[in-house]
Design a protein around this ligand. Structure first.
Ligand code: HEM
Ligand code: NFK
Length: 298
């Protein structure tokens, strides 16, 4: 064995002398992140304790943290579009899309929970359900899936209910995009630009025409086209999340009713029929196929 091989210690990393060790006066990692609070917020309820309940709690808490960031980015994207700053808005949406990918991937961790394991603590959740997630509902509202009926679920929490009511009455991301297109000179129908914002958005033929113009000359209308496709990406990702939720729920509780009082899987399945941006989907069947050279219809 050569001498420099013998002195090559591969099992310990010496701490460098400059490494901070005294946090009695200086800000530490845990203090900055308020980890004592975050890491003491897991309160399993099952008696006797069940091993898998911690997975269930952490899966939800991490989802809620990502939802918090997603809402922050979506609010910012909406304000940027309102200010005609579409490039910075696209940057926000790029981040939103990656958060969605992470949220969707995360279902694979919960899918390790078997029906028997879940059954050991499910009754301790009582009437709790993700249906009561106000951050999830806020994301739905800001994307445009408005439903005034949802507010009643949050009667017990006036602060949250007010915040959700505000979002319900504000313009959605899509409403702001359509207003931007009108400012850019597109013929967006007047009833889309001024309406009762708390009502669900309904598809307008005039808006499909606007998108047909954009999609048939993408070079000319690149900024609008790029934003439109970013919105489709967000909806696509949103549906992937809903689908993984549905399939995970199906393998864990089958056709049992939900703790939130719904029919369970059939109720969740109905959400897969929804669309935030109806005209962006309608336009897809109105785009003219380019003729192949040398091919003639008979
Ligand atoms: C064992 C795991 C899970 C099961 C069995 C389950 C089951 C259900 C069921 C049956 C519903 C319908 C409402 C009801 O009657 O309760 C629901 C709704 C919902 N769940 Fe879950 N869920 C699970 C995990 C999660 C996780 C990890 C999240 C992440 C935050 C989540 C978020 C939601 C949301 C947001 C809704 C409302 C969906 C909508 O309004 O369309 N769920 N869940
Ligand atoms: N709705 C679920 C229960 C559930 O998943 C849940 C319960 C309390 C807190 C969050 C939940 N997650 C999603 O719905 C069920 O019916 O089993």
């Amino acid at each position: 064995m050569s001498s420099d091989q013998a002195s090559d210690n591969r099992s310990t990393r010496e701490l460098e002398s400059g490494i901070e060790r005294d946090f009695s006066k200086n800000l530490s990692y845990g203090e900055y992140l308020d980890l004592e609070r975050v890491l003491s917020a897991q309160h399993p309820r099952a008696v006797p304790p069940r091993h898998d309940e911690l997975l269930f709690i952490i899966q939800h808490q991490t989802s809620e943290l990502w939802l918090k960031l997603m809402l922050h980015e979506l609010r910012s994207a909406r304000e940027l579009i309102r200010a005609d700053e579409t490039k910075p808005a696209l940057k926000r949406l790029a981040r939103v899309k990656h958060i969605q990918v992470t949220l969707t991937e995360q279902w694979s961790v919960l899918a390790t929970l078997t029906p028997s394991e879940y059954a050991e603590f499910r009754s301790f959740l009582a009437t709790g359900s993700g249906f009561q997630s106000w951050q999830y509902r806020s994301v739905e509202f800001i994307l445009g899936n408005k439903n005034p009926d949802m507010l009643s679920v949050f009667k017990h929490n006036p602060t949250v209910q007010q915040e959700l009511a505000d979002l319900l009455h504000e313009r959605s991301l899509y409403d702001e995009f359509l207003a931007y297109l009108a400012r850019e000179g597109f013929a967006v129908p007047a009833e889309v630009l001024e309406r009762d914002w708390q009502q669900p958005y309904t598809s307008q033929e005039g808006v499909v025409d606007v998108f047909r113009t954009i999609y048939n000359d993408t070079h000319r209308y690149w900024a609008a086209y790029e934003m439109a496709e970013a919105l489709v990406d967000v909806e696509d990702n949103f549906q992937f999340w809903r689908f993984r939720h549905l399939k995970t729920v199906e393998r864990i509780i089958g056709s049992k009713r939900g703790t939130g009082g719904s029919s369970g899987v059939p109720f969740l399945r109905k959400a897969l029929e929804l669309t935030f941006f109806p005209e962006l989907y309608a336009v897809r069947s109105r785009i003219q196929d380019v003729e192949a050279p040398g091919y003639h219809h008979h």
